[in-house]
Design a protein around this ligand. Sequence first.
Ligand SMILES: N[C@@H](CCC(=O)N[C@@H](CS)C(=O)NCC(=O)O)C(=O)O
Length: 209
Amino acid sequence: MLQLYFYPMACSLASRIALMEAGIEPRYHLVNIWNKKIPEDDRDFRTVSPKGAVPVLVLSNGERLTENAAVLQYIADIKPELGLAPPPGDSDRYRLQEWLSFVGTEIHKAFLFPTFWYKDEAVKASARERIGNNVSVAAEHLEGRKYLVGERFTVADAYFGWALLLLGHGGVDVAQWPSLVAYLERFQERPQARAAIGIEMQLRKTAAV
Ligand SMILES: N[C@@H](CCC(=O)N[C@@H](CS)C(=O)NCC(=O)O)C(=O)O
């Protein structure tokens, strides 16, 4: 059985969405990413992953996989028939990786991470300066397209959709990009994405992390 270490509404939400879209029910472990504790048994999360960051996917053979791009592709490849990632070797698979990398480095780490983790207002302001251009690239790409890659929802959308949900909390209003407003609505209308967000919003309110 797969296991996912997660923090509610953090980037590991993309993995939950991918798992639910794939109809896979793993064992979920809540992590407190601030003090690195696993509340269910008080273990130090760094014994699971020295990186101390979610997501961590524990595979059925016990191996631990980290990094959103790798974890999301792993989940997608469990059920290739669902098209959550284009098949390896397909030119769109490189497009998928292109978007996973762009979201991970240029949006998640370059903007959301400093906005949520750093107290220094100057750091936040400089992150905010760059983000508009990066998000505009995605917004332009999505004009006349339903999803980032090909014609269907992929794990890149799970990751980008999560990032868009948090953009407002970082002080950037998605409303300035009509294509993204429509995309985000489409994303949240997907029953599994909506359910996953609902679960994690609820946990955010009730879990002591
Ligand atoms: N490069 C990692 C970044 C993961 C990451 O930043 N996770 C955040 C939550 S969104 C986290 O757990 N941060 C805790 C920390 O960095 O100490 C990936 O793509 O998976």
